[in-house]
Write a protein that binds this ligand. Sequence first.
Ligand code: PMP
Ligand code: GLU
Length: 388
Amino acid sequence: MRDFEARRMKLAGGSPTVALNARGIRMKEEGIDVLSFAAGEPDFDTPEAVKDAAIEAIRRNDTHYTSAAGTMALRRRIVQKLREENGIEASEDGILVTPGAKLALYAAMTCFLQEGDACMVLTPAYPSYRSGILMAGADYVPVPLSFDNGFVVTREMLEAKVTKHAKMLIVCNPCNPTGHVLTEQELRDIADFVLAHDLLLIADEIYEKLIYDGRKHLSLGAIPEIRDRVITLNGLSKSAAMTGWRIGYSAASPELTKVMLKLQQNTVNCTASFTQTASIAALDCAADAERMRLSYLERRNLICDGLNAIPCIECPRAEGAFYAFFRIDCRGMSSEQLADYILEKAGILVVPGTAFGEGGEKCIRLSFAASRESLQEAVKRLTALFSE
Ligand code: PMP
Ligand code: GLU
């Protein structure tokens, strides 16, 4: 039989974060003693009010196709949320409700990128950006940021990588995996850059509620000069602990949204109806989101303090999201070698920094959305391993 796989799928590859998470689940099922910190997933249950809203919706037979863009009630609530919390002026026609932010991301890349286009990504970055760009047939252009200066981006760094083929820039704020939260200056530089080169900007804000030490989340889509070229991505996976519900959305101009709607109409049709109804309740769960944030903050401090006490480890305090992204200086080992070594010798599953692209060398990502006991045990095992 011939090889049926399309070239772009070969290039894209699978998702390392999803694959490693599956590996952790499999190892546990096989009874292997493994502590898995590979998955970036809240360890909280979905708030009761959200579950109740979904059950009630099902009982009311809210179980049919909805409008492809999403129900008007949910889109209206998202518009209100964006205005009140993010300073983003969107209209209902500019909202697309998708099964997970990942689908909104895929839609944005598929609908606006094609062969000959280049898409720039600040790296280390969420691996599905690179894969999505390659699945769209476009060129992936990493803009590597540096561990040593806290992964700050400047206009010069962006200018150094831009070509005449550049069409899109993807920015994750707060960042998975580095935890960096963009400052006002960085936002300004990004905005000036996309305007100067006439680019589309994807602002992935899925971690916006997880932000620490008094920092403030600033939305790129709120900057007036670029608002018509920004596609803001968000969802409830992280803020309302709803990963399995598959609910996300994009916010952009009605013109851009109309293009993405074509993909939705021809693929998933719409997001699950009762999930959409429950999401209206989820957007009202600010107290739950804050309770979760405070708990992540406490666990961030626990893991960072523990790891920084190990001489060869440098673990900056994540400014946002729920990942410790730390560097290990040990016998010249690469990030893959380090991840393998940690799994083999300490029974701890983590993600090598280079899974997130350039800039992740010698780094490891560990999700601290895990129990205090497991984090304490990880610190104990890593201390023993790297103090040899
Ligand atoms: N963007 C980033 C940066 C993420 O970490 C995730 C979570 N995996 C997503 C998008 C997608 O989230 P979801 O599809 O669960 O809404
Ligand atoms: N957000 C998670 C992570 O980065 C989930 C896995 C994924 O979507 O790739 O690990």
